[in-house]
Design a protein. Sequence first.
Length: 196
Amino acid sequence: MNLTDILQQAGGIESMASELGVPPAMARQGAEALLPAILGGFKKQAQSAGIEGLGGLLGQLGGGGLLDSVLGSQPTPVDQGNDVLGQIFGSKDVSRTVAGQAAAQTGLDSGLLKQMLPILAMMVAGYMAKQGGQSGGGGGLGDLIGNVLGGAVGGGAAPSAGGLGGSLGGLGKMLDMDGDGNPLDDIMGMVNKMRG
């Protein structure tokens, strides 16, 4: 089961769809296009800060409560999602680039995809925090990140286990220009070129 399926089962895709006023199928399509970049961002955090560092960061950002905020009946506090995106992408330019690439792939409006990004980031961070139990550090969170971020991103060890195995699809391959399995460094390169 990929991460999109997990988030759909948890009710996250449906919740995001109703909040943005779009059909669930459209929300799922957007999620599948955006999740590889979000997961790539978390993988980069895990690589630079270690699993414990990522667990601590998830806790600071709101932990499992992030997923609860998306699933709750109140409007999603997207500022928290933007904080998550700031941590994993480092700049709004990357978020814009990710949304633009996903729009080109799916035909969905990039403005809509930009609205989906913080909500999806909250769902992924909250899900990882809940599954990892935060205090587990190297245990639960490490295994979960191995599974969620493994697969196509981790070098192909377990393509069926990771959310990216199924959802990386054309966008991930298109963005992963150097073939290292992590499209985020290539996105960052594109953003730097745009600035220069």
